[in-house]
Design a protein around this ligand. Structure first.
Ligand code: NAP
Length: 364
């Protein structure tokens, strides 16, 4: 392929530690030119960060996966296919794609290689930055609401979303509203304005099923606020045992609790945290079967299917039912390595108000 350089700008993680000690930005990283038969090469235009990216930095995640260094970080991506392996079926050179690289090549680079199964055609109405804001958090919420729960969230379901201002929560609100569910959510008062930007009428009471019901978690415990109100689902994007405990007050008999965080939301996965998560999972699964209320407990982790990204594109993004909310776009062409540090540090602060994007190239 002509036009593809031999070296590129890319972020590199040089070991385990703090962001400023182990992340560098280089101009001379080889472009990955060798493709297996099912891989594509993507010219990356934009990427986004997720908490999982910084949870991989300090090494305690090495219990699950050991990185080899230097390692290019980043998972969410939007870009253009510039080369295809001999047996690639779904893409051609020039296709605009989005997806999540999982544990493969990182997306904080000008070029990255991925198996075609990790990518899908990008929603036509989204810019590259908007498309990069979608994959991990939106697909996680999509799977949680529509494929992991039985019955799934649908018309008339009553759902409480813990953490409506998290990126995953912002998508969950829109997906649940799109199918006609009644939605309540916890968030801090400073984020009421952010949630109003989604365009639904909002209220601090849940007297009208059509309104998005906002609960300031700094002032109110949702368990007390909604006690006995027979919710079908509590979807937890925040974590901590208190979400499960409060959910017991509001779920109907056979209601379902689904979390994407579990009890340990701030730290990386330590051995102690992993043991404690597994034991609380077993404990809650036991009580969901043998307790009198039969509240189901599900720990959900993204399973990544390109069919989900296709469905999100056609049923939710291209018809405007769901839109990405972006906090900040960082650009390393202007601010160099400081933009990378700022990207990670804002995500680590836990204060993002929407997705944090790394812009890597302009759209032609
Ligand atoms: N299992 C999976 O496959 C999976 C996939 C995606 C994400 N996750 C996990 O899901 C969590 C959320 O990720 P994200 O990227 O969506 O988060 P995020 O966008 O970084 O979340 C930031 C937001 O959380 C709000 N927040 C903080 N504490 C809160 C609380 N106690 N109650 C309600 N809101 C609170 C913050 O606002 P205020 O501080 O003002 O409230 C801020 O707006 C992370 O732990 C992530 O690792 C898991």
């Amino acid at each position: 392929m002509s036009g593809i350089p031999s070296v590129m700008k890319a972020a590199q993680q040089t070991g385990y530690g703090n962001v400023r000690d182990i992340l560098i930005l280089r101009d001379d990283v080889p472009v990955p030119r060798e493709l297996s038969s099912t891989q594509v090469l993507v010219r990356v235009h934009a990427a986004s960060i997720n908490p999982i990216d910084w949870k991989f930095l300090d090494g305690t995640f090495s219990l699950v996966t050991r990185l080899s260094f230097p390692h290019i970080p980043g998972k969410d991506v939007a870009g253009v296919v510039v080369d295809v392996g001999s047996n690639v079926k779904r893409f051609r050179v020039g296709d605009k794609v989005y997806g999540n690289f999982g544990m493969g090549d990182g997306s904080f680079a000008e070029y990255a290689r991925a198996d075609e199964s990790l990518l899908a055609i990008r929603p036509q109405n989204l810019s590259m930055e908007e498309a990069a804001a979608v994959p991990l958090t939106c697909e996680t919420s999509y799977e949680a609401l529509f494929t992991k729960l039985s019955p799934p969230v649908g018309a008339g379901s009553k759902i409480l979303i813990c953490g409506g201002s998290t990126a995953a929560g912002l998508y969950a609100i829109q997906l649940a509203k799109a199918v006609g569910a009644q939605v309540s959510t916890t968030c801090s008062k400073r984020n009421f304005g952010l949630l109003e930007k989604l365009g639904y009428p909002t209220s601090e009471t849940n007297s009208d099923a059509n309104q998005l019901h906002l609960i300031d978690y700094n002032e109110k415990d949702f368990g007390k606020e909604l006690k006995g109100q027979d919710y079908d689902v509590v979807y937890d994007c925040v974590g901590g045992p208190e979400q499960w405990i409060s959910a017991q007050e509001i779920l109907k008999r056979n209601g379902q609790f689904i979390t994407i965080v579990g009890d340990h939301m701030k730290s990386s996965i330590t051995f102690k945290a992993a043991v404690s998560t597994v034991s609380s999972l077993i404990n809650r699964k036991f009580w969901s079967v043998f307790g009198s209320a039969h509240h189901g407990y599900i720990f959900h982790s993204l399973s990544q299917r390109y069919e989900n990204l296709d469905e999100l594109r056609t049923k939710y993004f291209e018809n405007g039912k769901v839109k990405p909310i972006i906090d900040t776009v960082f650009d390393w062409r202007k601010d160099g390595v400081e933009s990378l540090y700022a990207l990670y540090e804002k995500s680590q602060s836990g204060k993002a108000q929407g997705k944090l994007i790394l812009k890597i190239a302009d759209e032609e």
